[in-house]
Design a protein around this ligand. Sequence first.
Ligand SMILES: [Zn+2]
Length: 350
Amino acid sequence: MKKILMILVTLCLAVAVSACGGSKSGEQAAPSGSGTAPETVTSGIDYMALVNKLNPLPDGWEEALETVHFTNTVGDDVEVEKKAYDAYLEMKAELENEGVFVDLDSARRSVADQERIMNDFTEKYGIDYALKTVAKPGYSEHHTGLALDLYLIVDGKDIVENEDMIQYPEIWSKIHAKLADYGFILRYLDGREHITGYGYEPWHIRYIDDVDVAKEIMEKDITFEEYLGAVKTGDVTIDLGSSELYTQDELKEAAVQIKCQFAGWEGCELHSLRYAGDENNTEENIQWLNELGSGTEYVQCAKFLMDFHSPTEGSDSETWKPDEEYKDYSWWLARTADGGFEVVSWGFGR
Ligand SMILES: [Zn+2]
């Protein structure tokens, strides 16, 4: 793995390599952060704590956290919360009985490490790129020590790159079937990006130290956020329409980018998202997006339309009218000659 990729993958936050980027600029700023005060850890850690793009690591967590270190098969030092590591070892042994071999790519990363990486990226690539590729310090589940990124060992070979790992769905199914028995859940489900803020990651598992709850979550096929009642969710309609410019996979990936961004809008409930048609890929629109993208040379663009509901209470009133159905809200994505779609702008008006 290339060094830079290694850093990115090790973070799993990051994610030039994963599905969720950020936006360059929006006509309307997304509400930032969470209004809720972080819980304080007094003794031990809360294995059911929710840490995501809206919920930071609880205060005192790092002081209370007990971890172990080990070296994985590719020679990296990996740090994991103690109980999670014991449970992982038991699961790993059971998987080996079934001919499935795994190891840990990364697990815990401190908030300070995250800040250092954010600073490094900012220095090297500028703040825009850093914000787009590196998770905000304090808001990564990897801070907990309870989030583990697995990798596969197939026929004695380490399979560590995300795009390679995704090629083994049958192995992941076997692994996922075992998770709950050891108190783990799968965290970033396919199609639930608007809730978790991340694209599908079969390798990212989370220890919750409660087999019954883990079984309930896995059997119901729901996200941790949904189990905890931390998000408002209803039926979501995704309509990728038809296109002569883009494949359905490309449009799906574009929709994932939008949904990841949307997940950061606290209290908003997604209802529908649809591709607005090839006719929006005009020279004029691409030029407009290039201006917004400050120097990026996009060659194609795509527009989506979204219906969503704003939060009823505790909402950011400067951003949203409370308890309102927003219809035909525009999302603009663009891509360069050799890149994937990224969200460039959103809002009413264009
Ligand atoms: Zn991860």
